[in-house]
Design a protein around this ligand. Structure first.
Ligand SMILES: Nc1ncnc2c1ncn2[C@@H]1O[C@H](COP(=O)(O)OP(=O)(O)OP(=O)(O)O)[C@@H](O)[C@H]1O
Ligand SMILES: [Mg+2]
Length: 260
């Protein structure tokens, strides 16, 4: 039996008159890959932003590893084991690959950036430990030989893997990935696919947003479908891909409403 790591209940938020996310509930067990899919504007990134503490959710609750964490800041959620990547690449292009990976360690320590700039003794020790950890992570994502390369010179697929490496520096219990294969070719997508499966196999819960349906169908244990901010279906890949409401949402025939 796998324990529920993330549980969201009745999450909702409005922007002006628009209900971007409306009463959405689902859960993600440890070591499993749950994908959140839906057409453009369905509310996937908004839901990520609510779960990761960027938007305070107007309604609903979030529990992480059995504890209620609703309303906590991204920093506190990161300390409790929730890590994420962003739909728009957030890599420092003029820094090396290693420096980018090391940056992941500093996301978990408040005040460490200033201490590091001042090169305080504790921060030098920490820097050594972070570098060791970062090299280990780069090996895990297949970038160990690019450690000293300027990040801006990496291929797109490698940049996406670097972003995952940096998110893993937090040693997360759950990893939220917002379109990790966007802009990648088939080979790069497959590498990311394997990496995500490997991270899940190590016991981390994965919540994935991805438009590449082949990838989603291949690696997901469970799929949650959003349309116009509402959950219209969930289940295993085979069941979801046969669901008429899901097919209608993707064909743009009025989405869930057309099926009711
Ligand atoms: N900060 C904001 N202010 C106002 N409206 C917003 C804001 N963020 C998102 N929205 C709106 O909420 C809806 C959901 O957007 P969201 O970015 O969550 O969609 P998405 O499912 O991630 O789409 P995509 O697949 O294109 O990334 C859209 O109509 C969007 O315009
Ligand atoms: Mg999005």
């Amino acid at each position: 039996m796998t324990a529920t790591l993330l549980s969201v209940e009745g999450l909702g938020i409005s922007f002006g008159g628009l209900k971007a996310v409306n009463d959405v509930s689902f859960s993600v067990p440890s070591g499993q890959i749950v994908s959140l899919i839906g057409p453009n504007g369905a509310g996937k990134t908004t839901l990520f932003n609510m779960i990761s503490g960027i938007y305070p959710s107007a309604t609903g609750s979030v529990a992480l590893d059995g504890e209620r964490v609703t309303g906590l800041s991204p920093h506190l959620l990161a300390q409790r084991g929730l890590s994420r990547t962003f739909q728009n690449l957030q890599i420092f292009q003029s820094m090396t690959v290693l420096e980018n990976a090391v940056a992941g360690y500093h996301l978990q320590e408040r005040g460490s950036v200033l201490a590091d700039l001042l090169a305080l003794p504790g921060s030098r020790r920490r820097a050594r430990q972070s570098e060791e950890g970062a090299r280990h992570l780069l090996a895990r994502v297949g970038l160990e030989r690019s450690a000293d390369t300027e990040a801006g010179n990496l291929s797109y697929g490698a940049l996406k893997r670097l972003e995952i490496a940096r998110a893993l520096a937090l040693d997360p219990k759950i990893l939220l990935l917002d379109e990790p294969a966007a802009g990648c070719n088939a080979v790069e997508t497959e590498e990311i696919d394997h990496l995500i499966a490997e991270v899940a196999a190590s016991g981390v819960a994965i919540l994935l947003v991805e438009h590449d349906m082949k990838m989603v169908m291949r690696i997901s244990n469970h799929i949650v479908v959003l349309d116009h901010g509402e959950k219209i279906a969930e289940g295993d890949p085979a069941t979801v891909s046969r669901n008429p409401a899901v097919i209608a949402a993707y064909l743009g025939t009025g989405g869930a409403d057309a099926q009711r």
